[in-house]
Design a protein. Structure first.
Ligand code: NDP
Length: 397
Protein backbone atom coordinates (compact mmCIF):
# COMPACT_ATOMS: atom_id res chain seq x y z
CA UNK A 1 0.00 0.00 0.00
CA UNK A 2 1.69 3.19 -1.13
CA UNK A 3 1.02 6.71 -2.24
CA UNK A 4 2.27 7.82 -5.65
CA UNK A 5 2.41 11.32 -7.09
CA UNK A 6 2.35 11.48 -10.91
CA UNK A 7 3.65 14.69 -12.51
CA UNK A 8 2.42 15.46 -16.06
CA UNK A 9 -1.15 15.08 -17.31
CA UNK A 10 -0.31 14.51 -20.98
CA UNK A 11 -0.63 11.42 -23.17
CA UNK A 12 1.70 9.30 -21.04
CA UNK A 13 0.40 10.71 -17.74
CA UNK A 14 -3.10 9.59 -18.67
CA UNK A 15 -1.96 5.98 -19.20
CA UNK A 16 0.16 5.88 -16.03
CA UNK A 17 -2.77 7.16 -13.99
CA UNK A 18 -5.15 4.56 -15.45
CA UNK A 19 -2.66 1.73 -14.95
CA UNK A 20 -1.83 2.70 -11.34
CA UNK A 21 -5.55 2.94 -10.63
CA UNK A 22 -5.91 -0.66 -11.90
CA UNK A 23 -3.50 -1.90 -9.19
CA UNK A 24 -4.99 -0.59 -5.91
CA UNK A 25 -3.18 -3.22 -3.83
CA UNK A 26 0.08 -1.36 -4.61
CA UNK A 27 -1.07 2.17 -5.49
CA UNK A 28 -3.55 2.77 -2.69
CA UNK A 29 -3.36 6.59 -3.06
CA UNK A 30 -2.79 8.48 -6.30
CA UNK A 31 -2.19 12.21 -6.81
CA UNK A 32 -1.99 13.56 -10.37
CA UNK A 33 -0.28 16.96 -10.60
CA UNK A 34 0.47 19.03 -13.68
CA UNK A 35 0.83 22.58 -14.96
CA UNK A 36 -2.79 22.71 -16.15
CA UNK A 37 -5.20 21.52 -13.46
CA UNK A 38 -8.07 20.98 -15.93
CA UNK A 39 -6.05 18.24 -17.67
CA UNK A 40 -5.65 16.40 -14.35
CA UNK A 41 -9.38 16.73 -13.67
CA UNK A 42 -10.23 15.38 -17.15
CA UNK A 43 -8.14 12.25 -16.53
CA UNK A 44 -9.49 11.81 -12.98
CA UNK A 45 -13.03 11.84 -14.39
CA UNK A 46 -12.20 8.83 -16.63
CA UNK A 47 -11.40 6.57 -13.65
CA UNK A 48 -13.66 4.36 -11.58
CA UNK A 49 -11.89 5.21 -8.30
CA UNK A 50 -11.17 8.63 -6.78
CA UNK A 51 -7.74 10.24 -7.05
CA UNK A 52 -6.46 13.63 -5.91
CA UNK A 53 -5.35 16.32 -8.37
CA UNK A 54 -3.05 19.31 -7.95
CA UNK A 55 -1.61 22.19 -9.97
CA UNK A 56 2.17 22.57 -10.01
CA UNK A 57 4.87 24.14 -12.13
CA UNK A 58 7.55 21.48 -11.74
CA UNK A 59 10.27 23.87 -12.97
CA UNK A 60 9.77 25.68 -9.69
CA UNK A 61 11.79 23.58 -7.20
CA UNK A 62 10.28 25.29 -4.17
CA UNK A 63 6.69 24.75 -5.37
CA UNK A 64 7.44 21.12 -6.25
CA UNK A 65 9.07 20.51 -2.86
CA UNK A 66 6.13 22.14 -1.06
CA UNK A 67 3.71 19.86 -2.95
CA UNK A 68 5.70 16.77 -1.94
CA UNK A 69 5.90 17.91 1.68
CA UNK A 70 2.16 18.49 1.71
CA UNK A 71 1.17 15.19 0.01
CA UNK A 72 3.99 13.00 1.41
CA UNK A 73 3.98 10.40 -1.39
CA UNK A 74 6.34 7.40 -1.36
CA UNK A 75 7.31 7.88 -5.02
CA UNK A 76 7.10 10.49 -7.79
CA UNK A 77 6.46 9.25 -11.34
CA UNK A 78 7.73 12.06 -13.56
CA UNK A 79 5.98 12.00 -16.95
CA UNK A 80 6.19 15.74 -17.57
CA UNK A 81 8.94 16.76 -20.02
CA UNK A 82 12.68 15.98 -19.84
CA UNK A 83 13.36 19.62 -18.85
CA UNK A 84 11.67 18.95 -15.50
CA UNK A 85 13.84 15.94 -14.52
CA UNK A 86 16.42 17.85 -12.48
CA UNK A 87 14.05 20.16 -10.56
CA UNK A 88 11.85 17.15 -9.70
CA UNK A 89 14.89 15.11 -8.59
CA UNK A 90 15.96 18.04 -6.39
CA UNK A 91 12.48 18.24 -4.87
CA UNK A 92 12.51 14.47 -4.19
CA UNK A 93 15.84 14.80 -2.38
CA UNK A 94 14.55 17.73 -0.33
CA UNK A 95 11.32 15.94 0.63
CA UNK A 96 12.74 12.39 0.94
CA UNK A 97 10.73 10.76 -1.89
CA UNK A 98 11.75 8.04 -4.42
CA UNK A 99 11.88 9.16 -8.09
CA UNK A 100 11.12 7.57 -11.49
CA UNK A 101 11.04 9.02 -15.03
CA UNK A 102 10.81 7.88 -18.67
CA UNK A 103 13.20 10.22 -20.48
CA UNK A 104 16.65 11.62 -19.69
CA UNK A 105 17.19 15.27 -18.80
CA UNK A 106 17.73 17.63 -21.72
CA UNK A 107 18.81 21.26 -21.40
CA UNK A 108 16.14 23.34 -23.19
CA UNK A 109 18.68 25.29 -25.25
CA UNK A 110 20.49 22.23 -26.65
CA UNK A 111 19.12 18.90 -27.98
CA UNK A 112 21.61 16.79 -26.08
CA UNK A 113 20.68 13.31 -24.90
CA UNK A 114 22.88 11.95 -22.16
CA UNK A 115 22.63 10.65 -18.64
CA UNK A 116 25.55 12.63 -17.18
CA UNK A 117 23.38 15.20 -15.41
CA UNK A 118 21.22 12.56 -13.74
CA UNK A 119 24.00 10.07 -13.00
CA UNK A 120 25.66 12.93 -11.13
CA UNK A 121 22.88 12.58 -8.50
CA UNK A 122 24.13 9.08 -7.53
CA UNK A 123 25.76 10.05 -4.22
CA UNK A 124 22.94 12.35 -3.16
CA UNK A 125 20.24 9.68 -3.68
CA UNK A 126 22.38 6.98 -2.07
CA UNK A 127 23.20 9.12 0.96
CA UNK A 128 19.53 10.02 1.38
CA UNK A 129 18.49 6.32 1.17
CA UNK A 130 16.36 6.92 -1.93
CA UNK A 131 16.03 5.32 -5.39
CA UNK A 132 15.93 7.24 -8.67
CA UNK A 133 14.93 4.89 -11.52
CA UNK A 134 15.78 6.47 -14.88
CA UNK A 135 14.04 5.77 -18.18
CA UNK A 136 11.18 3.43 -17.22
CA UNK A 137 9.18 3.78 -20.45
CA UNK A 138 9.40 1.44 -23.44
CA UNK A 139 12.51 2.74 -25.15
CA UNK A 140 14.28 3.50 -22.88
CA UNK A 141 12.80 1.15 -20.33
CA UNK A 142 11.48 -2.16 -21.60
CA UNK A 143 14.33 -2.30 -24.13
CA UNK A 144 16.80 -2.11 -21.21
CA UNK A 145 14.96 -4.89 -19.38
CA UNK A 146 14.79 -6.97 -22.59
CA UNK A 147 18.56 -6.63 -22.94
CA UNK A 148 19.10 -7.71 -19.32
CA UNK A 149 16.73 -10.66 -19.86
CA UNK A 150 18.58 -11.71 -23.02
CA UNK A 151 21.86 -11.54 -21.11
CA UNK A 152 20.45 -13.52 -18.18
CA UNK A 153 18.60 -16.28 -20.05
CA UNK A 154 19.30 -16.35 -23.78
CA UNK A 155 22.92 -15.36 -24.45
CA UNK A 156 26.04 -15.75 -22.29
CA UNK A 157 27.59 -12.78 -24.10
CA UNK A 158 25.89 -10.11 -26.23
CA UNK A 159 28.10 -8.95 -29.09
CA UNK A 160 25.65 -6.95 -31.22
CA UNK A 161 22.44 -5.25 -30.16
CA UNK A 162 19.91 -3.59 -32.48
CA UNK A 163 16.90 -1.94 -30.85
CA UNK A 164 14.18 -1.55 -33.46
CA UNK A 165 11.10 0.63 -32.93
CA UNK A 166 8.26 0.37 -35.44
CA UNK A 167 5.03 2.30 -35.36
CA UNK A 168 2.96 0.71 -38.10
CA UNK A 169 -0.09 2.69 -37.00
CA UNK A 170 -1.83 5.48 -38.89
CA UNK A 171 -3.71 8.44 -37.36
CA UNK A 172 -4.90 9.88 -40.67
CA UNK A 173 -3.45 13.34 -39.92
CA UNK A 174 -1.19 15.05 -42.49
CA UNK A 175 1.55 15.49 -39.84
CA UNK A 176 1.46 14.67 -36.15
CA UNK A 177 3.88 13.22 -33.62
CA UNK A 178 2.99 10.30 -31.31
CA UNK A 179 4.38 11.95 -28.22
CA UNK A 180 5.20 15.51 -27.25
CA UNK A 181 6.00 17.20 -30.61
CA UNK A 182 8.83 19.35 -29.28
CA UNK A 183 10.66 16.42 -27.66
CA UNK A 184 9.96 14.12 -30.61
CA UNK A 185 11.30 16.54 -33.23
CA UNK A 186 14.40 17.37 -31.16
CA UNK A 187 15.16 13.65 -31.02
CA UNK A 188 14.49 12.86 -34.66
CA UNK A 189 16.45 15.81 -36.07
CA UNK A 190 19.52 15.06 -33.95
CA UNK A 191 22.61 13.34 -35.41
CA UNK A 192 22.50 9.55 -35.57
CA UNK A 193 25.00 7.89 -33.25
CA UNK A 194 25.91 4.28 -32.56
CA UNK A 195 28.46 2.28 -30.61
CA UNK A 196 31.15 0.23 -32.32
CA UNK A 197 34.22 -1.36 -30.73
CA UNK A 198 34.40 1.03 -27.81
CA UNK A 199 33.64 4.33 -29.60
CA UNK A 200 30.65 6.40 -30.69
CA UNK A 201 30.26 6.95 -34.45
CA UNK A 202 28.06 9.73 -35.81
CA UNK A 203 25.92 9.92 -38.94
CA UNK A 204 23.95 12.90 -40.31
CA UNK A 205 20.29 12.89 -39.12
CA UNK A 206 18.26 10.02 -40.68
CA UNK A 207 20.92 9.44 -43.35
CA UNK A 208 21.41 5.74 -42.67
CA UNK A 209 18.53 3.38 -43.46
CA UNK A 210 17.70 -0.19 -44.39
CA UNK A 211 14.70 -2.51 -44.59
CA UNK A 212 13.55 -4.81 -41.79
CA UNK A 213 10.90 -7.50 -41.91
CA UNK A 214 8.67 -7.16 -38.83
CA UNK A 215 6.81 -10.21 -37.47
CA UNK A 216 3.14 -11.17 -37.17
CA UNK A 217 1.99 -9.67 -40.44
CA UNK A 218 3.41 -6.15 -39.95
CA UNK A 219 5.77 -6.78 -42.84
CA UNK A 220 8.79 -5.03 -44.30
CA UNK A 221 9.42 -1.39 -43.39
CA UNK A 222 12.20 1.14 -43.84
CA UNK A 223 14.11 1.68 -40.56
CA UNK A 224 16.36 4.70 -39.85
CA UNK A 225 19.38 4.81 -37.58
CA UNK A 226 19.03 7.29 -34.72
CA UNK A 227 20.67 7.98 -31.40
CA UNK A 228 18.65 6.91 -28.39
CA UNK A 229 19.60 7.37 -24.78
CA UNK A 230 19.42 3.71 -23.67
CA UNK A 231 22.44 2.96 -25.86
CA UNK A 232 24.57 4.97 -23.42
CA UNK A 233 23.54 3.05 -20.30
CA UNK A 234 23.46 -0.37 -22.01
CA UNK A 235 27.03 -0.20 -23.31
CA UNK A 236 28.13 1.01 -19.87
CA UNK A 237 26.42 -1.83 -18.01
CA UNK A 238 27.17 -4.54 -20.62
CA UNK A 239 30.70 -3.61 -21.70
CA UNK A 240 30.99 -6.82 -23.78
CA UNK A 241 28.65 -5.27 -26.40
CA UNK A 242 30.74 -4.54 -29.50
CA UNK A 243 28.06 -2.81 -31.54
CA UNK A 244 24.81 -1.18 -30.37
CA UNK A 245 22.38 0.67 -32.60
CA UNK A 246 18.86 2.09 -32.44
CA UNK A 247 16.46 2.16 -35.39
CA UNK A 248 13.02 3.67 -35.92
CA UNK A 249 10.46 3.51 -38.72
CA UNK A 250 9.04 6.69 -40.25
CA UNK A 251 6.46 7.03 -43.00
CA UNK A 252 7.49 8.83 -46.19
CA UNK A 253 4.81 11.39 -45.39
CA UNK A 254 6.29 12.15 -41.93
CA UNK A 255 9.78 12.52 -43.43
CA UNK A 256 8.56 14.79 -46.22
CA UNK A 257 6.91 17.17 -43.74
CA UNK A 258 9.90 17.05 -41.41
CA UNK A 259 12.30 17.90 -44.22
CA UNK A 260 10.29 20.95 -45.26
CA UNK A 261 9.86 22.11 -41.67
CA UNK A 262 13.60 21.76 -41.10
CA UNK A 263 14.49 23.50 -44.36
CA UNK A 264 12.36 26.54 -43.51
CA UNK A 265 13.74 26.74 -39.95
CA UNK A 266 10.62 25.67 -38.06
CA UNK A 267 12.50 22.99 -36.08
CA UNK A 268 15.06 25.47 -34.69
CA UNK A 269 15.37 25.60 -30.89
CA UNK A 270 17.29 28.90 -30.69
CA UNK A 271 15.35 32.14 -30.10
CA UNK A 272 14.33 34.18 -33.18
CA UNK A 273 13.07 37.80 -33.05
CA UNK A 274 9.49 38.06 -34.33
CA UNK A 275 7.54 41.35 -34.18
CA UNK A 276 9.68 42.66 -31.35
CA UNK A 277 9.71 39.54 -29.17
CA UNK A 278 11.71 36.34 -29.03
CA UNK A 279 10.08 33.11 -30.10
CA UNK A 280 11.49 29.60 -30.42
CA UNK A 281 10.28 28.20 -33.76
CA UNK A 282 9.91 24.60 -32.52
CA UNK A 283 7.80 25.69 -29.54
CA UNK A 284 5.59 27.69 -31.91
CA UNK A 285 5.31 24.66 -34.22
CA UNK A 286 4.25 22.53 -31.22
CA UNK A 287 1.38 24.93 -30.61
CA UNK A 288 0.13 24.29 -34.17
CA UNK A 289 0.45 20.50 -34.25
CA UNK A 290 -2.17 18.06 -32.93
CA UNK A 291 -1.89 17.24 -29.23
CA UNK A 292 -0.67 13.59 -29.14
CA UNK A 293 -3.38 12.83 -26.57
CA UNK A 294 -5.98 13.74 -29.24
CA UNK A 295 -4.70 10.98 -31.57
CA UNK A 296 -6.10 8.19 -29.36
CA UNK A 297 -9.47 7.75 -31.07
CA UNK A 298 -7.94 8.23 -34.54
CA UNK A 299 -5.01 5.81 -34.55
CA UNK A 300 -5.29 2.32 -36.04
CA UNK A 301 -2.68 -0.39 -36.51
CA UNK A 302 0.09 -1.76 -34.32
CA UNK A 303 3.50 -0.97 -32.88
CA UNK A 304 6.36 -3.47 -32.70
CA UNK A 305 9.36 -2.60 -30.52
CA UNK A 306 12.09 -5.07 -29.71
CA UNK A 307 15.72 -6.04 -29.33
CA UNK A 308 17.61 -8.13 -31.86
CA UNK A 309 20.78 -9.50 -30.28
CA UNK A 310 23.63 -11.60 -31.61
CA UNK A 311 26.06 -13.34 -29.30
CA UNK A 312 27.17 -16.63 -27.82
CA UNK A 313 25.20 -19.29 -25.99
CA UNK A 314 27.15 -22.31 -24.69
CA UNK A 315 29.98 -21.42 -27.05
CA UNK A 316 27.82 -21.31 -30.21
CA UNK A 317 26.54 -18.24 -32.07
CA UNK A 318 22.88 -17.45 -31.45
CA UNK A 319 20.65 -14.60 -32.64
CA UNK A 320 17.47 -13.79 -30.70
CA UNK A 321 14.68 -11.29 -31.25
CA UNK A 322 12.59 -10.26 -28.23
CA UNK A 323 9.65 -7.98 -29.01
CA UNK A 324 6.22 -6.69 -28.09
CA UNK A 325 3.35 -5.92 -30.46
CA UNK A 326 0.76 -3.44 -29.26
CA UNK A 327 -2.52 -2.53 -30.94
CA UNK A 328 -3.52 1.17 -30.97
CA UNK A 329 -7.27 0.53 -30.92
CA UNK A 330 -7.04 -2.02 -28.08
CA UNK A 331 -5.12 0.58 -26.02
CA UNK A 332 -7.79 3.15 -26.72
CA UNK A 333 -10.52 0.78 -25.57
CA UNK A 334 -8.67 0.18 -22.31
CA UNK A 335 -7.29 3.61 -21.32
CA UNK A 336 -8.47 6.06 -24.04
CA UNK A 337 -4.93 6.51 -25.43
CA UNK A 338 -2.97 5.37 -28.46
CA UNK A 339 -0.21 2.75 -28.22
CA UNK A 340 2.79 5.11 -27.98
CA UNK A 341 1.47 6.62 -24.75
CA UNK A 342 0.39 3.13 -23.63
CA UNK A 343 3.74 1.45 -24.26
CA UNK A 344 5.39 4.24 -22.22
CA UNK A 345 2.85 4.50 -19.41
CA UNK A 346 2.56 0.79 -18.62
CA UNK A 347 6.32 0.31 -17.95
CA UNK A 348 6.32 3.49 -15.83
CA UNK A 349 3.67 1.89 -13.61
CA UNK A 350 5.56 -1.44 -13.59
CA UNK A 351 8.86 0.24 -12.61
CA UNK A 352 7.02 2.07 -9.82
CA UNK A 353 5.55 -1.23 -8.67
CA UNK A 354 9.02 -2.83 -8.42
CA UNK A 355 10.20 0.02 -6.17
CA UNK A 356 7.11 0.25 -4.00
CA UNK A 357 6.90 -3.51 -3.37
CA UNK A 358 10.64 -3.64 -2.54
CA UNK A 359 11.32 -5.98 -5.47
CA UNK A 360 13.93 -3.58 -6.81
CA UNK A 361 15.89 -1.95 -4.02
CA UNK A 362 18.35 0.95 -3.90
CA UNK A 363 19.55 3.29 -2.76
CA UNK A 364 21.07 5.29 -5.60
CA UNK A 365 20.42 6.25 -9.24
CA UNK A 366 19.71 3.29 -11.52
CA UNK A 367 18.92 2.36 -15.11
CA UNK A 368 16.57 -0.59 -15.46
CA UNK A 369 19.12 -3.12 -16.75
CA UNK A 370 20.90 -2.98 -13.37
CA UNK A 371 18.09 -4.95 -11.71
CA UNK A 372 16.81 -8.53 -12.07
CA UNK A 373 14.66 -8.43 -15.24
CA UNK A 374 12.42 -11.39 -14.32
CA UNK A 375 9.79 -9.70 -12.11
CA UNK A 376 9.48 -6.80 -14.56
CA UNK A 377 9.12 -9.22 -17.50
CA UNK A 378 6.41 -11.15 -15.64
CA UNK A 379 4.58 -7.88 -14.98
CA UNK A 380 4.74 -6.90 -18.67
CA UNK A 381 2.76 -10.05 -19.47
CA UNK A 382 0.35 -9.34 -16.61
CA UNK A 383 -0.30 -5.65 -17.32
CA UNK A 384 -0.84 -5.44 -21.08
CA UNK A 385 2.53 -5.65 -22.87
CA UNK A 386 3.16 -9.36 -23.54
CA UNK A 387 6.42 -10.31 -25.23
CA UNK A 388 7.65 -12.97 -27.65
CA UNK A 389 11.08 -14.54 -28.16
CA UNK A 390 12.20 -15.80 -31.57
CA UNK A 391 15.43 -17.47 -32.60
CA UNK A 392 16.37 -15.97 -35.96
CA UNK A 393 18.81 -17.05 -38.62
CA UNK A 394 20.89 -13.88 -38.67
CA UNK A 395 21.20 -10.42 -37.13
CA UNK A 396 21.53 -7.13 -39.01
CA UNK A 397 24.82 -6.63 -40.87
P1 NDP B 1 2.74 15.61 -23.34
O1 NDP B 1 3.22 16.88 -23.93
O2 NDP B 1 1.47 14.98 -23.86
O3 NDP B 1 2.53 15.78 -21.76
C1 NDP B 1 3.46 16.45 -20.94
C2 NDP B 1 2.70 16.93 -19.71
O4 NDP B 1 3.64 17.53 -18.82
C3 NDP B 1 1.65 17.99 -20.03
O5 NDP B 1 0.48 17.71 -19.32
C4 NDP B 1 2.32 19.27 -19.54
O6 NDP B 1 1.43 20.26 -19.06
C5 NDP B 1 3.11 18.76 -18.38
N1 NDP B 1 4.17 19.70 -18.06
C6 NDP B 1 5.05 20.28 -18.93
N2 NDP B 1 5.83 21.14 -18.28
C7 NDP B 1 5.45 21.10 -16.97
C8 NDP B 1 5.87 21.78 -15.82
N3 NDP B 1 6.85 22.69 -15.84
N4 NDP B 1 5.25 21.49 -14.65
C9 NDP B 1 4.24 20.59 -14.59
N5 NDP B 1 3.79 19.92 -15.68
C10 NDP B 1 4.38 20.19 -16.85
O7 NDP B 1 3.94 14.57 -23.43
P2 NDP B 1 3.86 12.97 -23.43
O8 NDP B 1 2.86 12.52 -22.42
O9 NDP B 1 3.75 12.51 -24.83
O10 NDP B 1 5.32 12.59 -22.90
C11 NDP B 1 5.64 12.66 -21.52
C12 NDP B 1 7.07 12.21 -21.29
O11 NDP B 1 7.22 10.84 -21.71
C13 NDP B 1 8.13 13.01 -22.06
O12 NDP B 1 9.22 13.25 -21.20
C14 NDP B 1 8.57 12.06 -23.16
O13 NDP B 1 9.90 12.29 -23.56
C15 NDP B 1 8.42 10.73 -22.45
N6 NDP B 1 8.31 9.59 -23.38
C16 NDP B 1 9.08 8.48 -23.15
C17 NDP B 1 9.00 7.39 -23.99
C18 NDP B 1 9.75 6.13 -23.68
O14 NDP B 1 9.47 5.10 -24.31
N7 NDP B 1 10.70 6.11 -22.77
C19 NDP B 1 8.14 7.40 -25.19
C20 NDP B 1 7.28 8.58 -25.28
C21 NDP B 1 7.40 9.64 -24.41
P3 NDP B 1 0.59 21.22 -20.04
O15 NDP B 1 -0.49 20.35 -20.54
O16 NDP B 1 0.13 22.31 -19.17
O17 NDP B 1 1.56 21.67 -21.12
Amino acid sequence: MAKVLIVGAGGVGQVVTHKCAQVPEVFSDIVLASRTLAKCERIAAQLDRPIAVAQVDADDRAAMTALLERERPDLVINVALPYQDLPIMDACLAAGVHYLDTANYEPPEEAKFEYSWQWAYQDRFRDRGLIALLGSGFDPGVTNVYTAYIRKHLLDEIHELDIIDCNAGDHGQPFATNFNPEINIREVTAEGRYWREGAWLSTPPLSHRRRFDFPEGIGTRQIYLMYHEELESLVKHFPEIRRARFWMTFSDNYLKHLEVLRNVGMTRIDPVMYEGREIIPLKFLKALLPDPASLGPLTKGRTCIGCLARGLKDGAERVVYLYNICDHEACYREVQSQAISYTTGVPAMIGAKQILTGTWRGPGVFNLEQFDPDPFMADLNRHGLPWTIQDVAQGLD
